[in-house]
Design a protein around this ligand. Sequence first.
Ligand code: AMP
Length: 257
Amino acid sequence: MEIFTDIINWQAARDSGYNDGSIGFVPTMGSLHRGHLSLVRYSLKENDYTVVSIFLNPTQFNNPDDLKHYPREIERDQILLEKAGVDALLLPDYGQIYNDDYRYQVIETEFSKKLCYASRPGHFDGVLTVVLKLLNIVQASRAYFGEKDYQQFQLIKDMARAFFLPTVIVPCPTIRESDGLAASSRNLNLTAVERKLAPKFVRRLRSEQAVQNVIAGLETDGFRVDYVEDIGDRRFGAVYLGPVRLIDNIELKEITK
Ligand code: AMP
């Protein structure tokens, strides 16, 4: 696996060694788990080359404490990616990605103002801006995003269409632990007691109850509820356990009768 900390070096390598086949791209913030690795496997299967980026993007964190405590495991991540058969890992720093110091931003005005917006204003501006930069840097045929972050996936897909980006945005199913909890880097920050409670979140989302009753049930369990909302054919939820924020979503057809 080739490792690039310098974008210019990656661009030179891309134009010489990676231009004879398709590139699949998996952008991440590191602290990799089975969810990330499933995206990598889709990319490996569907492309000649697979490129992964690890960049803990500060502009999408509106809470400095959340950024400070976000898990970082770069050596372990590198070993996992190497073993998986990834061709190139991009490890740019802030100055490389934000050569404009975030003067230029991508702002979406409708769907980004729903769901996560109320408690994380500015979050999707940071996400869309960094993803546009990364897609331009990598120039992949396909880029892979998890349905676990469905609002994010939808916004990125719509951005690619709005700006005529050549990369196909591919959705990948949510990977869950055996107890149903969606795999997430933030799960590492749960206490043992919180980790035991956490899978009740998705069980409540899947229950046949109306949204208001799901919220009431989660609060009784000990979650602090940010939102539970049905939009289109999905039920979206976000909750806090202590300082840790968990998000998830299910298709309404998954609701158990
Ligand atoms: P992150 O490192 O949290 O920015 O996530 C990088 C990519 O992995 C995003 O496209 C996420 O949606 C995806 N991802 C994170 N967790 C999961 C999961 N449990 N299942 C599938 N994809 C995931």
